[in-house]
Design a protein around this ligand. Structure first.
Ligand code: NAI
Ligand SMILES: O=C(O)C1=N[C@H](C(=O)O)C[C@H](O)C1
Length: 251
């Protein structure tokens, strides 16, 4: 019998981290060897022989955590958001010095959210107008959400590949912020509301019709199958992988 994969969770006391600890503990092929939160020493990852670290912390903490993991050859599965091109470039630089190490950055681990992004990418070239609305709980640190940012980037890239002209915003009079943020030319609107978890609508419009693709995360359990998939696959995927879809055998 193969030995269980040794897994650590960073952000173990958080909303999603605590759920991830339970999911790892419940999996026969995985062993939770460290459950760390703020102020715990990352040396525990080495001392416990962790092979994969799952980072579910905070945009301010994730870069330091990954720097440590990559320097120690510990693979990482990252759900923490707040990624920019500069951060990705810095991480790629660190991975170049540790080429056997794999890092997965998944803007969203929920299967439905990954499919939402894929469907939006497919629809993107057929509609003149597109806007993204994301709705989250009121404890979220970052806006727009990692998922909304990635969705807008995928839509913009698909439109660009298809030669679709950038959409024009006819607004000439607006209160600042009324039209949301713009990610690669796609307007993105962020709502923060107590009682919500994570929700997203991608709205497409053209002559006489609209198409809305909506996804709702109703409980943190929806992220667990994706996290476990990432944990199992990352030891055989050196380098940087952005997006869980790369491990989902989508067409
Ligand atoms: N990719 C995905 O599918 C998902 C991603 N997220 C992201 O995961 C992150 C955490 O979300 P929540 O659990 O809602 O936040 P949270 O605030 O409930 O939990 C974060 C935890 O990380 C801990 N922490 C902060 N700095 C740390 C450090 N340096 N080392 C270890 N632990 C540290 C905090 O003490 C806290 O317990 C956010 O960036 C969120 O956007 C959340 C849900 C799904
Ligand atoms: O903070 C959250 O809760 C979530 N964060 C991720 C994001 O920013 O997209 C994933 C999901 O939306 C939940």
């Amino acid at each position: 019998m193969t030995a269980p994969l040794r897994v650590a969770v960073l952000g173990a006391k958080g909303r999603i981290g605590s759920e991830a600890c339970r999911a790892v503990e419940a999996a026969d092929d995985l062993e939770l060897v460290a459950a760390l939160d703020r102020d715990d020493k990352l040396d525990a990852l080495v001392e416990t022989g962790a092979q994969v670290a799952v980072d579910l912390t905070h945009p301010d903490a994730v870069m330091g955590n990954l720097e440590f993991c990559v320097s120690q050859g510990i693979h990482a599965v990252v759900g923490t958001t707040g990624w920019t091109e500069e951060r990705l470039a810095s991480l790629r630089g660190r991975l170049a010095a540790s080429p056997a190490t794999g890092v997965l950055i998944a803007p969203n681990f929920s299967i439905g959210a990954v499919l939402t992004m894929r469907f939006a990418e497919q629809a993107a070239r057929f509609f003149e107008s597109v806007e993204v609305v994301e709705l989250h709980h009121n404890r979220k640190a970052d806006a727009p959400s990692g998922t909304a940012t990635r969705t807008a980037q995928l839509i913009a890239a698909a439109r660009d590949r298809a030669g679709v002209a950038p959409q024009q915003d006819p607004t000439t009079h607006a209160l600042e912020g009324a039209r949301g943020a713009t990610v690669d030319g796609v307007p993105v609107h962020s709502i923060r509301l107590r009682g919500l978890l994570a929700h997203q609508e991608v709205l497409f419009g053209d002559l006489g019709e609209t198409l809305t693709i909506r996804h709702d995360s109703l409980h943190h359990s929806c992220f667990m199958p994706g996290i476990l998939l990432g944990v199992r696959r990352i030891p055989t995927a050196p380098g940087l992988t952005v997006g869980l879809e790369h491990f989902m055998d989508l067409d």
